[in-house]
Design a protein around this ligand. Structure first.
Ligand code: ARG
Length: 271
């Protein structure tokens, strides 16, 4: 099925502050390389027939390329983001403005801190929600009430995997892949219970952000370095599309971080 993604070109990308363990402002990052790698990600989506919309990057917001954090959009309802760190605070209103400008009128300005699809991952009948580093548990309830979908809280415990989308991704509407070491004991039990047939990733694939992947149910766009995980996905019948995003990883982001999925309202067809 065709997907609709919102992306933000890394025109102002830089590593100039550190808000996660991947970021080293001393080492910095090469913006030209980041732009080239990002363009390849965008082409990969277009090559799969997906629609890509773009939001204008704003100067002074070097992490704005990580569009996944900008909102959570399900059934045409836009749950806005409210960033944990002041460095990124202005991104919340910028993304909300894009949705308003583009005709989305079911928009909720959040009361609780939450970093959009960084910590909310949507399946057919539920939303998985991370907490522990960025998103507050209060946001999970707020999103549930606004979207009318059950939201399941998962606790993250390893600072390298500070957003849920660095440790887990939906393979389709019913199943997921994840790295158990990123979760609390109770959350690991919840995951085992909900997804007995999940793909379990090894640490070596998690540390190259292999779980920061984007699946359309058939194809999985995934970090080129996550070799073991790619093999398992192929064994399960998925078509794997490796992408090289090493420069953006210096800010702690991979393919999914650069991708905000827009799930439109289902339009009832009358016959
Ligand atoms: N430097 C950004 C931050 O720490 C990276 C965000 C990555 N996005 C994501 N969806 N995991 O906030």
């Amino acid at each position: 099925m065709t997907r609709h993604y919102l992306m933000c070109r890394p025109d102002h990308f830089a590593v100039e502050y550190a808000i996660n363990p991947w970021m080293d402002p001393e080492a910095g990052a090469d913006r030209e390389v980041a732009i080239r790698q990002w363009e390849e990600l965008r082409s990969a989506y277009e090559g799969l027939g997906h629609r890509v919309s773009l939001i204008d990057p704003l100067p002074g917001l070097p992490d704005m390329v990580f569009a996944a954090n900008g909102a959570l959009v399900v059934g045409g309802r836009v749950y806005g983001a409210r960033f944990a760190h002041p460095e990124r605070a202005a991104e919340g209103p910028a993304y909300l403005k894009w949705f308003a400008d583009n005709g989305y009128d079911r928009v909720h300005e959040p009361l609780f801190t939450n970093e959009g699809e960084g910590d909310f991952l949507t399946l057919d009948h539920l939303v998985l929600a991370g907490t522990g580093f960025r998103t507050e548990v209060g946001a999970h309830g707020e999103a549930q009430e606004f979207l009318g979908l059950p939201v399941v809280t998962l606790r993250l415990v390893d600072p390298r995997f500070y957003h849920l989308d660095t440790a887990l991704f939906p393979l389709d509407g019913r199943n997921v892949a994840y790295y158990p070491g990123a979760f609390s004991a109770g959350s690991r039990e919840v995951l085992r219970h909900l997804f007995p047939d999940a793909v379990i990733a090894e640490e070596e694939d998690a540390v190259v952000l292999g779980l920061n992947a984007v699946s359309d149910g058939t194809h999985v766009v995934i970090s080129a370095e996550a070799a073991g995980l790619q093999l398992e996905l192929k064994r399960r019948g998925f078509e794997v599309i490796p992408v090289e995003l090493s420069e953006l990883r210096k800010a702690g982001g991979g393919p999914k971080c650069c991708t905000l999925e827009i799930r439109e309202a289902q339009v009832a067809v009358r016959r």
